[in-house]
Design a protein around this ligand. Structure first.
Ligand code: SAM
Length: 269
């Protein structure tokens, strides 16, 4: 139950260093000095989490995104204890397999010439970033999202195959609703996106209706929701890489995708 859920009092109180240990360092400490309220927490990160996968399940999307964006911190949030633990253990194992420092952010002349990835070995040392940039927390995102992220922190939120809660009296348990959408809008920066995918057409329509009519969101063009050259790569990864998506694929099911852009807040006179 939620009584056992651990969550920070505020985003400033969250110590991310144990989740992303390779992203702590001198710069992070300097940043901490600048923010009085952050003092007292010895280790801070040199950057913030920017992508959240809400209800990440077994983490397929996290593991697929990790090497594609090795400099971006990505967080999976999952309510089921055993599932969150599975993802955490898998991240730990992959990191240990690699056990290599992440590559520098700006390649030196030498690394620019030599490929960083060693494709001859399947270990995670051959994977850019060695899975240092992903983490999973057990959390009920219907309750505590703004405890983890401050306003405008995120650039992407994924809602992949959310539980459909078919019966009308269960609809309040859906993770897309006008109040939750306002929380997504709060933590997402203008220009950021909410990515949704489901195999349940009724839920797809529900999400399109609710997110599309929210003042902070506009649905992107249908072309932008397609895969292909020049398109948003994250859409393709989402279509292919989640466990649920693979199951739907195997069963020959249909996938409905909708992506919403966080619009600028209205300026007050
Ligand atoms: N996104 C994954 C995928 O596409 O394979 C998993 C989809 S699964 C159908 C939905 C997941 O959302 C489950 O793992 C469930 O435990 C999780 N979930 C449901 N409500 C949640 C909540 N309030 N907070 C966090 N996770 C939640």
């Amino acid at each position: 139950s939620d009584h056992q859920l651990e969550y920070p009092e505020s985003p400033e109180a969250m110590d991310w260093s144990s989740h992303y240990p390779m992203f702590t360092g001198k710069k992070a400490e300097r940043n901490a000095d600048l923010h009085e309220e952050r003092k007292g927490n010895a280790k801070r990160l040199d950057r913030e989490v920017e992508i959240a996968d809400i209800g990440c399940g077994y983490g397929g999307l996290l593991f697929a995104l990790a090497p594609k964006m090795p400099e971006t911190l990505i967080l999976g949030l999952e309510i089921r204890i055993s599932v969150a633990k599975f993802v955490q253990e898998k991240i730990k194992a992959l990191r240990q397999q690699g056990n290599s420092p992440r590559p520098p952010s700006s390649p030196s002349k030498e690394t620019a010439k030599t490929p960083v990835a060693d494709t001859s070995s399947p270990s995670s040392s051959s994977v850019p970033g060695g899975y240092q940039n992903i983490a999973c927390l057990r959390a009920n995102t219907m309750k505590f999202l703004p405890n983890f992220f401050h306003r405008h922190q995120l650039r992407a939120i994924f809602l992949c195959f959310p539980d459909p809660h078919f019966k009308a009296r269960k609809h309040k348990a859906r993770i897309v609703s006008s109040s939750l959408n306002s929380e997504y809008a709060y933590v997402l920066r203008p220009g950021g996106k909410v990515y949704t995918i489901t195999d349940v057409e009724d839920l797809h329509e529900w999400m399109v209706e609710r997110l599309g009519s929210h003042p902070s969101f506009e649905r992107v063009s249908r072309e932008e929701e397609e895969e292909g050259e020049g398109q948003d790569e994250l859409v393709g990864v989402m279509r292919r890489e989640t466990e649920e998506g693979k199951k739907v694929e195997r069963n020959g099911g249909k996938k409905f995708v909708a992506v919403f852009r966080r619009v600028e807040d209205p300026s007050w006179p």
